[in-house]
Design a binder for this molecule. Sequence first.
Ligand code: MTE
Ligand code: MO
Length: 430
Amino acid sequence: MAKARFSRRQLLNLLGGTGVALAVGRLSGAQAQASSQSTQPVPSFTGPGPNPYWNGVNPYVTYPQKVPLIRLTDRPVQLETPRQYFSSALTPNAAHYVRYHLDEIPNAIDLSTWRLAVEGNVDKPLRFSLEELIANFKPASVAAVNQCSGNSRSRFQPRVPGGQWGNGAMSNSMWTGVRLKDILAAAGIKQGTVQLQFQGLDHGKGPEGKGSNAFMKSLPVTDPVIDECILAYTMNDEPLPLLNGFPLRLIVPGKFATYWLKHLTWIRALTEEDKNFWMTPAYRIPDTARGTTTPEDVAANKVKTVPIGNVNMPVRSFIITPDGSSKVPAGMPVAVRGIAFSGYGRVAKVEVSDNDGKNWHLASLGEYLGPYSFRTWEFRWTPKKPGKYLLAVRATDEKGNVQPDEGVWNPGGYLWNKIERQEIVVGNAS
Ligand SMILES: Nc1nc2c(c(=O)[nH]1)N[C@H]1C(S)=C(S)[C@@H](COP(=O)(O)O)O[C@H]1N2
Ligand SMILES: [Mo]
């Protein structure tokens, strides 16, 4: 984990200063009216093929504190990050994707009354203002990828229900906050605790008939990731955008975003396993290699499932440029660039192919920001002759996990990490 990026005084200044009420995050009602600006007529099919659309095919909308993002749904809000924002290792906050499950989301948080509560099976139930969290606990930082379990779900065949994300339900940030373990130590987790439950401020009806009006997720108290978790109050050295969890969010490095609770307000020590809707049946994966199964086995009730938190995010890599929107001249070098990451540790190697995966060439890696971060890569490519080329990219992590060239299938549409391709047309240089 990187060392603190700020002094506590700098943090207090950034978040509003002592003595005065801290900054109030707010989405104004007028602004919150998404202005929908569809760009061009959109093709109706986003599914696989040699060269599927990188992003989902949907209109762009503008929300407060955000650049135009790709709208999947507006109730609840689900916005995908466009491809071009992945040209740097840290995703700009204004371009960080947005995903909610429930439609009553906070559009203002008053820090003079907001408190983080630590309750349940603890020696000392505690309540902290944001100011107290900043002043009383040592800040810690981690660069970590926030990726939705359903990122790239639109690639699934047969298709599965859920947001038909392209590749943009992911982002990477430098998160700073307090360590979860420090907060737990202050409250004193008692014997008999099995899980820690996290809850935010959003509400809604939830899925029909399932009785789930609040989003809650739990992690086993014994999971080693607990020691890596941060309760983040800044993201890339700024307060969190409201839509990404202001004023505090749980960061679970290496795990899928479903555990990364936004507007984190309650931490609960549970003495029994959490059976709420968002733990079961939601967000479960087949207990098989790569979490893959078949529609037939699901229909026959043969599939044992586990929470998606039992695994880390599989290794992935993406080509960001060139994006196929223009021809590349033959005989001239072009920089092929992108990002890679793995929930299992440092990206050890990125390879690029210009013949659909028959031969592979080593790419050079960009700055190392820690094991849970995006890592940029670059490959200098000189296509010799005009024609169509299929570029492909594959990453390997330090544990030896390599991206496979087969997709997965499971009913949740989770864990996609097949090798990505980009078709490039090479033309005559003159
Ligand atoms: N409070 C709250 N936190 C939440 C969720 C939610 O619905 N409510 N969704 C989770 C899921 S499934 C995802 S993919 C991420 C999305 O994070 P983002 O909106 O900052 O991109 O938030 C997670 N944390
Ligand atoms: Mo998600």
